[in-house]
Design a protein around this ligand. Structure first.
Ligand code: TRP
Length: 434
């Protein structure tokens, strides 16, 4: 079956907070339940080394984030759930991508530029205290994504530039060495994108305004009591606009519940009462997971085993893919007659090339399909109003192959018995043969 690959990671440098839960953990667990989606979730512990030099913190955070994901309902049998540093192909791919990435592109990365600007403003050397790790952050992230040929990457708005850079790296590599990478796209869910912290700014560990996801009940209540409000007295109508308390409530409540609180604001609810309502609502969602979370935290060996099993599953993809990539760039056995062999395969492939067939249906629309040499249906186009559009779409597939397919195929009717790998292989064959 053709399916869309989703991939996302969380850097293991802190304790998961409600912003991580609402913005990343909850939507990714929901997406992982969709039948048409193949999900990859990982703990970005190599990235953590860029942010912290406390080994105990990296280890603890890895356990806490893994436990949070599992407690929130991520089923490791349905998805590929792993720790970045268990996949040695990722740093290996990082190097291959480093060699096709312009240094100037990395100069323009937001996080690096922010550090440079800060140094300049302070009259310091522009690269003062900037590690090469921070500079290379986007390349490591590109390798995370391209390694598994992910189509969609759910991230916060602040990460969109990184996904665009990953696209560029994939594109440059494909251009030089043939089509190997799917070009990924960022997915931003506007409904959940940003949760404010207790001070109203984006909830973030670095602003120290976060509410921990699995704090004990009493501590959760205390954190919520700390949310900044205006000084309007009980009985005075309150604004929902710009109210962090209201926005956090909205991220947890149903539409009807949200409407009720909106009315309570208009009726002048006391801030203390509004905070109590928020606390009860958040706790209602979190409490059932809290027990599961503690179960994992108190049994790190169990989490370790789950992650190692996930790594084995991930490496079943990354190892053979890395072999292919090494070969593509010329890191290959000396005895191998590379060019002769490629020409040979191309020749025999040409004899049995997949073909496009165009036709018109009784609905008056124009269609085409891709069939393999054995006449098996691989890909079926949607209907086009005129033959020119159908031909243009076909030409795009023929020339760009996997790239065109990965960006256009998601809403195409998929033959259920065909593996997406077969379609990719056929398109690759066509692109090479033509
Ligand atoms: N940089 C991401 C963050 O800080 C974490 C991350 C690392 C990631 N590699 C990734 C996210 C690959 C998506 C895909 O939020």
């Amino acid at each position: 079956m053709t399916s869309l690959r989703f991939l996302t990671g969380i850097t293991t440098s802190g304790t998961p907070h409600l912003g991580n839960y609402v913005g990343s953990i909850r939507p990714s667990v929901q997406a992982s339940l969709r039948a048409d989606v193949e999900s990859f979730y990982f703990l970005a512990d190599y990235h953590a080394l860029i942010k912290t030099d406390e080994p105990a913190r990296v280890q603890r955070s890895t356990l806490e984030i893994a436990a949070s994901w599992l407690a929130a309902g991520l089923n490791p049998d349905r998805v590929t759930f792993y720790r970045q540093s268990d996949i040695p192909e990722i740093p290996e791919l990082t190097w291959l991508l480093t060699c096709v990435t312009g240094k100037g592109v990395l100069n323009r990365a937001h996080a690096y530029k922010a550090s440079v600007d800060k140094n300049l403003a302070a009259g310091q050397d522009p690269d003062s205290d900037v590690t090469a790790g921070l500079f290379m952050y986007p390349v490591l992230m590109g390798a995370d994504i391209l390694m598994f040929n992910a189509h969609k990457v759910p991230v916060g708005r602040d990460q969109v530039q990184h996904i665009e850079m990953a696209r560029d790296m994939g594109n440059s590599f494909n251009h030089r060495y043939g089509q190997h990478f799917v070009l990924p796209e960022a997915v931003i869910d506007d409904a959940v994108a940003l949760l404010p912290g207790v001070d109203g700014r984006k909830m973030s560990k670095s602003y120290d305004n976060h509410i921990p996801m699995f704090a004990p009940r009493e501590q959760l209540q205390k954190s919520i009591a700390g949310i900044v409000t205006d000084s309007r007295a009980p009985g005075v109508p309150k604004e929902t606009e710009g109210s962090a308390l209201f926005q956090i409530y909205q991220a947890f409540a149903s539409e009807a519940e949200t409407l009720t609180l909106r009315q309570a604001y208009a009726d002048g609810i006391a801030w203390g009462d509004a905070k109590q309502i928020l606390f009860e609502r958040v706790d209602r969602e979190i409490a059932p997971m809290r027990e599961a979370y503690l179960g994992y935290i108190n049994n790190p060996a169990k989490v370790e085993a789950i992650l190692l099993a996930g790594a084995a599953k991930a490496r079943a993809t990354s190892q053979p893919f890395m072999t292919r990539l090494r070969h593509a760039v010329g890191l290959r056995p000396l005895g191998e007659q590379a060019s002769a062999k490629t020409a040979e395969t191309a020749k025999s492939a040409k004899a049995a090339l997949p073909t496009f067939k165009q036709y018109r249906e009784s609905d008056g629309q124009f269609y085409f399909k891709l069939v393999d040499s054995g006449a098996r249906l691989l890909l079926q186009s949607p209907g086009f109003a005129n033959p020119k559009d159908a031909a243009a779409s076909m030409a795009r597939l023929r020339e760009l192959g996997v790239l065109a397919w990965s960006t256009a195929h998601s809403n195409w009717p998929a033959p259920s018995d065909v593996a997406s790998a077969d379609i990719q292989a056929a398109l690759l064959q066509l692109a090479e043969g033509h």
